[in-house]
Design a binder for this molecule. Structure first.
Ligand code: SAM
Ligand code: SF4
Length: 349
């Protein structure tokens, strides 16, 4: 009988965020540094076969749900074939994808056929100029066309992820809610995460690089996610709903007559007690928490010839170092600590 991944707090881990690349064709100000990124040497990325092997090992240990992410996952060579193979892995019941949407027009239908059930698209403003500024060059129309193709392909609903930064203003909020009211789209406002050195976002201004507030402090200075919720409540009469299927710490609301839902994802350690997820980075490290420096270098195990059986034993031990919550002391001894990645594109968000 193969052991399952259960941590020291009796949480069963059945959800994997699988980052297939660190490459991206956008440069979102809250995710990447303006001066550009140092991409991982191709040889250091997990190969197609290695990704499949790691998925098989993890599904044997109880992983049932996989979200494909990146960088921009649709830039990965052979992404459709890779997704198809992951979907065929015994035990994987749910496959989803997070994308910036720039290549969705081309990929929506093949993704649907390959077995992706749910798609999240990241858009932080419905104003084309502002979208361009936030993504440092993105074309909003291209992304909206992609969403349209995704709906036509059969994705229902498509979720839109909106990171709440100081750049989000009242007009943005009202535009997004209108989009959810009129379409079968779930808009989710996401509290920003401090796993990045965000010195480039300042209240109300775009592209201003100046802040001594450090990490995430300046990100919540405009509207906090709670303020966004109160603005939405003030303008519409909301009622709570279960929302579309998903496995995150979200609260969903509907407005009478709306086709879609409006969600709020709080960056709150209260949700940690139900955490069921781990992450696989593109260079083959398993991370137990965004806020933990502990990593398990599964690529090193594979490339040094360790058997699946032995890797599974090590993972069952490693999972016990998953911190109780985001504020817990993560400085575990013997946890194979490597580094804390600075930017979301390196971890998968
Ligand atoms: N490129 C794809 C995309 O943008 O959807 C997938 C990778 S991206 C890193 C995954 C998610 O992380 C996106 O929804 C993005 O908005 C979110 N994200 C990036 N940086 C973040 C931050 N500092 N706080 C909260 N979410 C963040
Ligand atoms: Fe690229 Fe996604 Fe990061 Fe934006 S959030 S820079 S699209 S990885």
């Amino acid at each position: 009988m193969v052991e399952k991944l259960v941590d020291s707090y009796k949480r069963e881990i059945d959800y994997l965020r699988l980052s297939v690349t660190d490459r991206c064709n956008l440069r979102c100000i809250y995710c990447m540094p303006e001066e550009g990124i140092k991409i991982i040497n191709r040889k250091e990325l997990l190969t197609f076969e290695e990704v499949i092997r790691v998925t098989r090992i993890l599904s044997d240990l109880g992983i049932k749900k996989v979200r494909i992410t990146g960088g921009e996952p649709l830039l990965r060579e052979d992404i459709i074939r890779l997704i198809g193979e992951i979907g065929k892995t015994n035990g994987i019941e749910d496959l989803s994808l997070t994308t910036n949407g720039t290549l969705l027009s081309k990929y929506a239908e093949p993704l649907y056929r390959a077995g992706i059930k749910r798609i999240n698209v990241s858009i932080d403003s419905l104003d084309p100029q502002k979208f361009k500024a936030i993504t440092r060059g993105g074309d909003l129309k291209q992304v909206l066309d992609g969403i349209y193709k995704a709906i036509v392909a059969g994705f229902a609903p498509v979720k839109i992820n909106v990171v709440v930064t100081d750049l989000l203003d009242k007009k943005d909020i009202l535009d997004f809610v209108k989009l959810a009211v009129e379409n079968f789209i779930s808009v989710r406002f996401i509290e920003s995460m401090p796993a990045v050195d965000l010195n480039n976002v300042e209240c109300g201004k775009i592209g201003i690089i100046k802040s001594d507030a450090g990490l995430n402090k300046n990100l919540s200075g405009g509207y906090s996610i709670y303020k966004v919720l109160s603005i939405v409540k003030k303008n519409w009469s909301l009622y709570k709903t279960d929302g579309p299927i998903g496995y995150g710490p979200s609260e969903y609301y509907k407005i009478k007559g709306s086709r879609g839902t409006i969600g709020f994802i709080f960056n709150n350690k209260a949700h940690c007690k139900n955490c069921n997820r781990i992450r696989l980075t593109p260079e083959g490290s398993i991370k137990l928490c965004l806020f933990s420096s502990c990593e398990f270098d599964i690529k090193a195990e594979i490339r040094s010839g360790v058997s699946d059986v032995d890797i599974k034993k090590k993972l069952v031990d490693f999972i016990k170092t998953k911190p109780e919550n985001r504020d817990a002391n993560n400085d575990y001894k013997n946890c194979g600590s490597i580094k804390i990645p600075n930017y979301m594109y390196q971890i998968g968000g």
